[in-house]
Structures are given as C-alpha cells and as structure tokens.
Design a protein around this ligand. Sequence first.
Ligand code: MD3
Ligand code: FE
Length: 205
Amino acid sequence: MGRAREIDTGMEGFRFWPGALSASEQTGLLGAVLAAEASAPFYRPVTPGGRAFSVEMTGLGPLGWVSDRAGYRYQPTHPVTGAPWPPMPDALPDLWRDLTGWPEPPDACLVNRYRDGAKMGLHQDLDERDHGAPVLSVSLGDTAVFRIGAAGGGSTRTVRLASGDVCALTGPARLARHGIDRIIAGSSSLVPGGGRINLTLRRAL
Ligand code: MD3
Ligand code: FE
C-alpha cells in the first residue's frame, strides 16, 4: 500500500482513502479471505431478537464478532465450527498501522459478505472495550451505498464505497451511526459469485 491519498470527508474523525488498494492488492487480500473461508465458513448470524442478518459473516484473527439469541459479543472461536478463527493476513495489521498509527494492532477482523439484496441497518459499533480505538474498513467487490450520521442522531448522508477503498472511523466519528443501504450489483467483478466483501479491523478487547 504505497500511495493512499486521504480525502476530506467534512466529518471530523471520518477518514477516507478512496482507491487505497491497487488491483493486485485487492486480489491478494481477497485470495487470503477466500482461503480462510475453508476453515471459517460464511454463516448468517441472528439478532438477539431471532431475525437473520441478510449479511453473511465470518472472521479472522484472535477474536471474532458474533450475534445470537444470547446477544452480541467477541469470542475466540467460530460459532458454527467451534474452531479458532484463522489468522489475519499480514497485509491487514500493516494497513492498520500505516493508516491509523494506532499503537496496538487489531485483535479482530470481521468479514461481511453482501450478496444480492443484502444490507445492514443503521447502528453503532459498541461491543468493543475501548471506543477510543479506531475501526478500519476495507471494501472489496461491488460498490456499497454507505450511510453515516453523527452519534447523537440528526441527519445522515451517503458515501459510495468502491472496491479498494479504505476508511477509518476515529475520534468523534467512532460512535457514528452507520449502515449499508444497498449494494450496486455488477459494479465490480472481483468477488467470485458477485457481491461485496467488507473487512473491518478492530480493537475488541
Ligand atoms: C462507522 N460494516 O461491520 S464498514 C460493521 O460495510 C459495519 O460491512 C459496514 O458497519 C460494512 O459493523 C460498514 C464502515 C464502518 C465500519 C465501522 C464503523 C463504519 C463505521 C464504526 C463506527 C462508525
Ligand atoms: Fe458497524
């Protein structure tokens, strides 16, 4: 990741590097994720209320975010296989260090896959111990219509996240309300079978 150029989002703490990853970096990262899928398959979690997410999830690294009838949490094992999550490819902690400068490496990478029609409702990420640590997002595949607004409520706006784009949520934007309205099907041919894969790097514990 040589030359990521940050653009001004106009929202304090919402940092955005469009096109941060080259085509070969995207292919390499996607290959690592799809290789990990053999031992950590995508699955559809349910909310504590019992509704299935339309997004399919898996994880990489020491901890993974899970949701079931018991609630939301981070845990060291895949909820379906019971096995430890596969390691993160080195490119991810490297990217985290280069772009966020945060002194500790991420201990969790949530992998979200959006196939046809999947979306994610407006929410805040509150399950991490230290809300001072950033979250870093890497988009691969089809473009997403991402919605974001201040933590306290009020207006929201949309930003398109395309394959190879990276964004970080830091400082006052860390508790922003955000979600994915929709995926623009066919906008990229990167992901086999179509759709979008998003990686979020976090400090969970
Ligand atoms: C804003 N994922 O996994 S990534 C999530 O594209 C999540 O899959 C979306 O929201 C996705 O929780 C959005 C961009 C993102 C990630 C974390 C954030 C935006 C954020 C944390 C705080 C505020
Ligand atoms: Fe989120």
